[in-house]
Write a protein that binds this ligand. Structure first.
Ligand SMILES: Nc1ncnc2c1ncn2[C@@H]1O[C@H](COP(=O)(O)OP(=O)(O)OP(=O)(O)O)[C@@H](O)[C@H]1O
Length: 257
């Protein structure tokens, strides 16, 4: 399996506060990776480093084999943020316009190939099972439906990887289940690499093949089918520190740093 994301000896600090200390990890094409760990352990920080929003203090990141400093294929990288966008119902843009806006860079072509791109919009809406909502205002959709539209918006540029930062905060349980099924479909059928921060480790345990466990500036990599969720949950209960929870690491786990 080819490495799609490589992190080597990476450190990051906000001014004098070290968040990540000399971490190394690899993510392969087709992986479904869950970032878990206590509040403040650096999960969002690593995600922001991987999407180029933050710059490493030390160390190296490669995306698709290219050092992040010279990486240009950002349309291959999707990002879905933490909060469901709280569009109020009077927000004027339609679903089609929101998705079409992601094609902004292709606007010159858009005029020529409008039919082709319209078909592409239809295809991604179908993929996220939202074809009936193409002309609806985004503000009139539920939080779960809005997140599906943001996935569709990401899919329009044929991404190889999608990063999600707790995308289901405030979304009801049924929509969460549907959303996880959608992610699973994108991962298994389209081969898109998924990297997701989630506190919902029961659900993650059904989806992820790799768990990256954050704490005390370090990251541990676990094969998901050997990860002991119960012991993990018991040991982090009530513990809001940034220390690595002292759960049992299993055979096959590798310490990344
Ligand atoms: N812009 C910032 N400036 C200074 N410190 C920050 C900034 N953003 C985050 N931090 C600090 O860095 C640490 C890591 O934060 P980060 O958001 O990466 O953690 P997290 O694991 O994603 O947490 P959570 O699960 O609560 O979202 C925290 O102590 C946080 O307070």
């Amino acid at each position: 399996m080819s490495q799609i994301i490589k992190v080597k000896n990476l450190s990051f600090n906000y001014e004098d506060k070290y968040v990540l200390k000399n971490i190394s990890l690899d993510i392969n094409k087709g992986d479904f990776v869950a970032f878990i760990g206590p509040n403040g352990s650096g999960k969002s920080t690593l995600l922001k480093l991987l999407i180029g929003d933050l710059k490493a203090t030390k160390g190296r990141i490669e995306l698709l084999g290219e050092p992040i400093k010279s990486f240009k294929e950002w349309d291959k990288v999707g990002y879905i943020s933490q909060k469901v966008r709280d569009f109020n119902s009077s927000f004027p843009a339609t679903v089609k316009e929101i998705i079409g806006a992601a094609l902004y860079q292709q606007m010159g072509l858009f005029k020529v190939l409008s039919k082709k791109l319209e078909t592409k919009i239809d295809r991604v809406l179908e993929l996220v099972d939202m074809s009936d909502y193409k002309y609806q205002k985004i503000g009139e959709l539920s939080g779960g439906q809005q997140q599906r539209i943001f996935i569709a918006r990401t899919l329009i540029t044929d991404p190889e990887m999608i990063f999600l930062d707790e995308p289901l905060v405030g979304v009801d349980a049924k929509s969460q289940d549907d959303f996880y099924q959608l992610l699973s479909k994108l991962n298994k059928e389209l081969g898109i690499t998924i990297v997701m921060i989630s506190h919902d480790i029961y659900v993650i345990s059904d989806q992820a093949n790799k768990i990256l466990c954050f704490g005390d500036g370090k990251v541990f990599s676990h094969a998901a089918d050997e990860f002991d969720y119960i012991s993990y949950l018991n040991q982090i209960k009530g513990d809001n520190s940034t220390l690595i929870p002292k759960h049992q690491h299993q055979r096959g786990d590798s310490e990344c740093c």
